[in-house]
Design a binder for this molecule. Structure first.
Ligand code: CO
Length: 134
């Protein structure tokens, strides 16, 4: 079912410093910051040959990233995103396997304008997993 690793999302306390580090120390191709108010984040995309890294900084009052950074003030890996062909089928299969889907269980439109869902980290080795219909 799962396909490519679409991205690894890293929450950072200082987006400017983090993107400068990826650009200047790792010599990576980094985007300008993109505000995503619907998701409560500002994102910098780091393009790698085989996947992407998304540097996330909280945007707005009740950003889901803010709580994470309270627990991990230096930043940390927030989630990994795997691609699937059919998100509805993936959702049904995972729920039949006992995995919990965050929110109301229905896929929603994610940061890349594609349907996504998130699996409960307690069911996946302490890792928040995003599935995206590629
Ligand atoms: Co993501």
């Amino acid at each position: 079912m799962i396909g490519r690793l679409n991205h690894v999302a890293i929450a950072v306390p200082n987006l400017e410093a983090a993107s400068a580090q990826y650009r200047d120390a790792l010599l990576a191709k980094v985007s300008d910051p993109v505000d995503e108010p619907d998701h409560g984040v500002t994102v910098v995309f780091v393009e790698l040959d085989n996947t992407k890294i998304e540097l996330l900084q909280p945007m707005g009052e009740d950003s889901p990233i803010a709580k994470f950074l309270e627990k991990h003030p230096q930043g940390g890996i927030h989630h990994v995103c795997y691609e699937v062909d059919d998100i509805q089928a993936a959702s049904r299969h995972l729920q039949a396997q006992g995995a919990r889907i965050l929110g109301d269980g229905e896929p929603r439109i994610g940061a890349h304008k594609k349907p996504v869902l998130f699996l409960h980290p307690k069911d996946f080795n302490g890792t928040l997993v995003e599935l995206e219909q590629a």
